[in-house]
Design a protein around this ligand. Structure first.
Ligand SMILES: [Fe+2]
Length: 183
Protein backbone atom coordinates (compact mmCIF):
# COMPACT_ATOMS: atom_id res chain seq x y z
CA UNK A 1 0.00 0.00 0.00
CA UNK A 2 1.38 3.40 -0.92
CA UNK A 3 0.75 6.82 0.61
CA UNK A 4 -2.05 7.76 -1.80
CA UNK A 5 -3.86 4.47 -1.30
CA UNK A 6 -3.58 4.89 2.47
CA UNK A 7 -4.94 8.43 2.28
CA UNK A 8 -7.90 7.36 0.12
CA UNK A 9 -8.72 4.57 2.56
CA UNK A 10 -8.43 6.95 5.53
CA UNK A 11 -10.84 9.38 3.89
CA UNK A 12 -13.42 6.62 3.47
CA UNK A 13 -13.60 6.35 7.24
CA UNK A 14 -12.61 9.81 8.48
CA UNK A 15 -14.69 12.80 7.40
CA UNK A 16 -13.30 15.38 9.84
CA UNK A 17 -10.71 17.35 7.89
CA UNK A 18 -8.83 18.20 11.07
CA UNK A 19 -8.39 14.54 11.90
CA UNK A 20 -7.21 13.79 8.35
CA UNK A 21 -4.62 16.54 8.79
CA UNK A 22 -3.56 15.08 12.13
CA UNK A 23 -2.93 11.75 10.40
CA UNK A 24 -0.99 13.40 7.56
CA UNK A 25 1.12 15.29 10.10
CA UNK A 26 1.83 12.24 12.25
CA UNK A 27 2.74 10.30 9.11
CA UNK A 28 5.16 12.94 7.87
CA UNK A 29 6.99 12.79 11.20
CA UNK A 30 7.01 8.98 11.09
CA UNK A 31 8.63 9.20 7.64
CA UNK A 32 11.42 11.41 8.93
CA UNK A 33 12.12 9.27 12.00
CA UNK A 34 12.28 6.15 9.82
CA UNK A 35 14.77 7.81 7.51
CA UNK A 36 16.94 8.76 10.47
CA UNK A 37 16.88 5.17 11.70
CA UNK A 38 17.35 3.56 8.30
CA UNK A 39 13.90 1.97 8.50
CA UNK A 40 11.25 1.70 5.77
CA UNK A 41 10.12 5.33 5.60
CA UNK A 42 7.27 4.71 3.16
CA UNK A 43 5.78 1.97 5.33
CA UNK A 44 6.13 4.07 8.48
CA UNK A 45 4.37 6.93 6.72
CA UNK A 46 1.50 4.64 5.72
CA UNK A 47 1.19 3.53 9.36
CA UNK A 48 0.99 7.17 10.43
CA UNK A 49 -1.74 7.92 7.91
CA UNK A 50 -3.82 4.94 8.96
CA UNK A 51 -3.30 5.01 12.73
CA UNK A 52 -6.56 6.80 13.63
CA UNK A 53 -8.72 5.33 10.83
CA UNK A 54 -11.29 4.03 13.33
CA UNK A 55 -11.54 7.21 15.38
CA UNK A 56 -14.94 8.33 14.08
CA UNK A 57 -16.29 4.80 13.94
CA UNK A 58 -15.63 4.07 17.63
CA UNK A 59 -17.41 7.28 18.61
CA UNK A 60 -15.37 7.99 21.71
CA UNK A 61 -15.25 4.38 22.98
CA UNK A 62 -11.54 4.18 23.67
CA UNK A 63 -11.80 0.48 24.47
CA UNK A 64 -12.46 -0.05 20.78
CA UNK A 65 -9.93 2.44 19.40
CA UNK A 66 -7.12 0.51 17.77
CA UNK A 67 -8.71 -2.95 17.64
CA UNK A 68 -11.46 -1.55 15.37
CA UNK A 69 -8.79 0.03 13.17
CA UNK A 70 -7.12 -3.36 12.96
CA UNK A 71 -10.38 -4.93 11.74
CA UNK A 72 -10.93 -2.21 9.13
CA UNK A 73 -7.41 -2.60 7.78
CA UNK A 74 -7.59 -6.40 7.66
CA UNK A 75 -10.91 -6.13 5.80
CA UNK A 76 -9.15 -4.03 3.17
CA UNK A 77 -6.24 -6.43 2.83
CA UNK A 78 -3.68 -4.27 4.62
CA UNK A 79 -0.73 -6.25 5.93
CA UNK A 80 -0.79 -7.80 9.38
CA UNK A 81 2.30 -5.86 10.35
CA UNK A 82 0.74 -2.47 9.63
CA UNK A 83 -2.63 -3.43 11.11
CA UNK A 84 -0.98 -4.68 14.30
CA UNK A 85 0.89 -1.42 14.89
CA UNK A 86 -2.35 0.52 14.36
CA UNK A 87 -4.17 -1.75 16.82
CA UNK A 88 -1.52 -1.42 19.52
CA UNK A 89 -1.01 2.34 19.26
CA UNK A 90 -3.83 3.02 21.75
CA UNK A 91 -1.61 3.46 24.79
CA UNK A 92 -4.56 3.29 27.16
CA UNK A 93 -5.08 -0.35 26.10
CA UNK A 94 -1.55 -1.39 25.30
CA UNK A 95 1.77 0.19 26.22
CA UNK A 96 5.25 -0.96 27.19
CA UNK A 97 6.29 -0.35 23.64
CA UNK A 98 9.59 -1.88 22.63
CA UNK A 99 9.50 -1.86 18.83
CA UNK A 100 10.97 1.29 17.25
CA UNK A 101 7.95 1.75 14.97
CA UNK A 102 5.59 1.69 17.96
CA UNK A 103 7.70 4.06 20.02
CA UNK A 104 7.99 6.42 17.06
CA UNK A 105 4.23 6.43 16.58
CA UNK A 106 3.64 7.39 20.21
CA UNK A 107 6.02 10.32 19.91
CA UNK A 108 4.92 11.42 16.43
CA UNK A 109 1.22 11.21 17.37
CA UNK A 110 1.78 13.52 20.33
CA UNK A 111 4.26 15.99 18.94
CA UNK A 112 2.37 16.66 15.71
CA UNK A 113 -0.30 18.64 17.55
CA UNK A 114 2.21 20.54 19.66
CA UNK A 115 4.19 21.75 16.66
CA UNK A 116 1.08 22.60 14.65
CA UNK A 117 -0.13 24.64 17.64
CA UNK A 118 3.26 26.43 17.59
CA UNK A 119 2.74 27.20 13.90
CA UNK A 120 -0.75 28.56 14.54
CA UNK A 121 0.69 30.96 17.12
CA UNK A 122 2.95 32.19 14.34
CA UNK A 123 0.04 32.85 11.99
CA UNK A 124 0.18 29.39 10.43
CA UNK A 125 3.82 29.71 9.41
CA UNK A 126 5.37 26.33 10.13
CA UNK A 127 8.58 27.52 8.48
CA UNK A 128 9.00 29.96 11.37
CA UNK A 129 8.78 27.29 14.04
CA UNK A 130 12.20 26.35 15.42
CA UNK A 131 13.29 23.68 17.92
CA UNK A 132 13.66 26.52 20.40
CA UNK A 133 9.98 27.47 19.94
CA UNK A 134 8.93 23.88 20.54
CA UNK A 135 11.20 23.52 23.56
CA UNK A 136 9.61 26.57 25.16
CA UNK A 137 6.05 25.43 24.44
CA UNK A 138 6.80 21.87 25.56
CA UNK A 139 7.43 23.27 29.05
CA UNK A 140 4.15 25.22 29.11
CA UNK A 141 1.82 22.50 30.32
CA UNK A 142 -1.33 24.43 29.41
CA UNK A 143 -0.21 24.93 25.82
CA UNK A 144 -1.64 22.21 23.55
CA UNK A 145 -2.44 20.37 26.78
CA UNK A 146 -3.77 17.34 24.91
CA UNK A 147 -0.29 16.61 23.56
CA UNK A 148 1.10 14.15 26.08
CA UNK A 149 4.66 15.19 26.92
CA UNK A 150 5.48 11.75 28.34
CA UNK A 151 4.62 10.13 25.01
CA UNK A 152 6.81 12.66 23.21
CA UNK A 153 9.68 11.82 25.58
CA UNK A 154 9.46 8.17 24.53
CA UNK A 155 11.52 9.14 21.49
CA UNK A 156 14.56 9.25 23.78
CA UNK A 157 14.33 5.45 23.90
CA UNK A 158 15.31 5.48 20.23
CA UNK A 159 18.38 7.57 20.93
CA UNK A 160 17.03 10.99 19.92
CA UNK A 161 17.46 13.92 22.26
CA UNK A 162 14.37 16.11 22.34
CA UNK A 163 15.83 19.13 20.46
CA UNK A 164 16.97 16.80 17.69
CA UNK A 165 13.53 15.24 17.56
CA UNK A 166 11.92 18.68 17.33
CA UNK A 167 14.07 19.48 14.33
CA UNK A 168 13.24 16.18 12.63
CA UNK A 169 9.52 16.61 13.30
CA UNK A 170 9.46 20.22 12.06
CA UNK A 171 11.21 19.07 8.86
CA UNK A 172 8.51 16.45 8.28
CA UNK A 173 5.71 18.95 8.78
CA UNK A 174 7.32 21.53 6.50
CA UNK A 175 7.37 18.87 3.76
CA UNK A 176 3.55 18.46 3.94
CA UNK A 177 2.71 22.05 4.89
CA UNK A 178 0.43 22.60 1.88
CA UNK A 179 -1.67 19.57 2.77
CA UNK A 180 -1.88 20.85 6.34
CA UNK A 181 -2.97 24.30 5.22
CA UNK A 182 0.16 25.84 6.75
CA UNK A 183 2.74 28.14 5.25
FE1 LIG B 1 -3.39 10.11 16.46
Amino acid sequence: MNRNEALSLLKEYVKDEKLVKHCIATAAIMHEIAEELGEDADRWEVIGILHDIDYEMVGGDMQKHGPTGYDILKKHGVSEEIAEVVKRHNHTLFGDYERPVEIALQAADSISGLIIACALVKGGKITEVTPKTVKKKFKEKCFAAGCDRDRIRMIEKLGFELPVFYEIAIRGLVRVKDELGLQ
